[in-house]
Design a protein around this ligand. Structure first.
Ligand SMILES: Nc1nc2c(ncn2[C@@H]2O[C@H](COP(=O)(O)OP(=O)(O)OP(=O)(O)O)[C@@H](O)[C@H]2O)c(=O)[nH]1
Ligand SMILES: [Mg+2]
Length: 429
């Protein structure tokens, strides 16, 4: 089992940027996930999405895909609500962001009002203290010449209207060439960042502020109020013009009047939308908030479940590895023992061969000695028979030899008994 010390560290990185900046593409590239990528003009990702975690540098990395503030369907207020709620709830559940990637297409000809507003909202969401964990990633380099790309990059870095002030306060800027290697390089830097709460997380989770009271919420409301005031002014102007035309009763102004009516209804529509958005941020209907929080909580729980699954798989793999290692050790020990046993047998065999040669030699020597003495005994016996003389000294000696040999066990003892009887019979004849 993996212990707490060996537990893989979790790293969470949010990917933000304008709609169509390539956020989902970047995440798919590194996490091998299949988040939907947009190919049309409409925004694609309109919810916060969590990619399946993957391992990088021994850390479990989870990337969070977000919709752009300039979504083609949802309003800025709705997008802000989605992102803010997700960040606040995950923060409450103890998950910290290690870094935030802000994607920027280097192929964009202009960094116009929408792009600038996007980044302004992003900065107010993060707060200045977290800028050191922000990495501005420029992509789509293949769509421009190096020269043009480089000059745009310089402008982005050095112009106060664009990224200069964020970079001065600790944000980083890097290039991405749409390869896995370059995405890994970017992430490898971020996984080393110590996690830092974003301003919106501190405001909503720690200080229990409503979104409308947060810095980014206030900014958005101010912006909406400015837009509403502008629309109201336009509306007043149009109304005045209309009144004048209607007073003139001149029929040749009929088409102008029609155009004015159209313009009036369009501006009125815009004003209503802006006011509705503004009202939503202010009111933050309780039922909406509860439903929304529930949705975000589910998302956050899904994140934890996926992480647990990965961790369990990792632990299983670790256990199997340990088991295999133990088996290998046992196998090596058994092999060593078998080799030692083989060696011992070989040595024993050599010893036995050596002692058997010694025995053979001894037997041959004894046999030779015996045959010599037997020969001599026969000769003595013949001599005795011829002369009828009492047993010679040799015969007496032989009797002693036989007596000694009788004491010996095994083949020599038996042979001695036989020879003595043979000898005695020879003597008595
Ligand atoms: N040339 C090039 N095209 C890219 C790159 N990254 C993304 N794209 C293309 O840009 C388009 C938009 O990509 P997405 O990944 O859907 O962008 P997104 O930021 O997730 O967009 P939303 O979900 O709408 O916010 C797709 O057609 C991608 O194929 C890149 O690095 N180079
Ligand atoms: Mg997307």
């Amino acid at each position: 089992m993996a212990t707490d010390q060996t537990k893989t560290e979790s790293v969470t990185i949010a990917v933000m940027g304008a709609t169509g900046a390539g956020k989902s593409t970047f995440i798919n590239l590194v996490s091998n996930s299949k988040l939907r990528v947009g190919y049309g003009l409409e925004s694609c990702t309109s919810e916060v999405q969590v990619a399946p975690p993957f391992l990088l540098n021994g850390k479990m990395v989870t990337l969070v895909d977000t919709p752009g503030f300039d979504d083609t369907v949802k309003t800025e207020a709705e997008i802000l609500r989605l992102i803010a709620d997700f960040l606040a709830i995950t923060y409450e559940q103890g998950r910290r962001l290690n870094g935030i990637i802000f994607l920027h297409r280097i192929s964009d000809h202009r960094m116009g009002g929408v792009a600038r507003k996007n980044f302004r909202l992003f900065r107010k969401l993060c707060g200045d203290d977290t800028l050191k964990n922000v990495v501005i990633v420029t992509n789509m380099w293949a769509d421009v010449s190096q020269e043009v790309g480089k000059s745009r990059e310089n402008e982005l870095i050095s112009n106060e209207l664009f990224y200069k002030s964020a970079l001065d306060k600790g944000a980083h800027i890097v290039r991405h060439d749409n390869t896995v290697a370059s995405a890994h390089q970017i992430l490898q830097e971020i996984v080393g960042f110590p996690p830092e709460p974003l301003l919106i997380q501190r405001e909503m989770a720690d200080e229990h502020k409503a979104l409308a009271q947060t810095l980014v919420g206030i900014d958005l409301q101010t912006e909406l109020q400015r837009q509403a005031a502008k629309h109201r002014e336009e509306l007043d102007g149009l109304k005045e013009e209309m009144a004048e035309l209607m007073l003139s009763k001149d029929t040749k102004h009929k088409s102008e009047l029609d155009e004015l009516v159209d313009a009036l209804s369009e501006v009125r529509g815009q004003l209503e939308r802006v006011e509705e958005e503004s009202r939503k941020i202010r009111e933050q209907a309780e039922s909406d908030r509860v439903a929304h929080e529930e949705q975000m909580r589910k998302l956050s729980n899904a994140m934890q479940t996926r992480e647990k699954e990965l961790r369990a798989l990792e632990e299983q793999a670790q256990e199997q590895k340990t088991r295999i290692e133990e088996m290998q050790v046992a196998l090596e020990a058994a092999e060593l023992k078998a080799r030692q046993e083989e060696l011992r047998r070989q040595r024993l065999g050599d010893d036995m061969q050596a002692s058997s040669a010694v025995y053979q030699e001894e037997i041959a020597r004894l046999r030779k000695d015996f045959e010599r003495k037997l020969e001599q005994a026969r000769a003595d016996s013949a001599r005795v028979r011829e002369r009828h003389v009492p047993p010679s000294q040799a015969q007496q000696q032989w009797s002693k030899v036989f007596a000694a040999q009788r004491e010996r066990r095994g083949v020599f003892g038996a042979m001695s008994v036989m020879l003595e009887s043979f000898w005695s019979s020879g003597m008595s004849r």
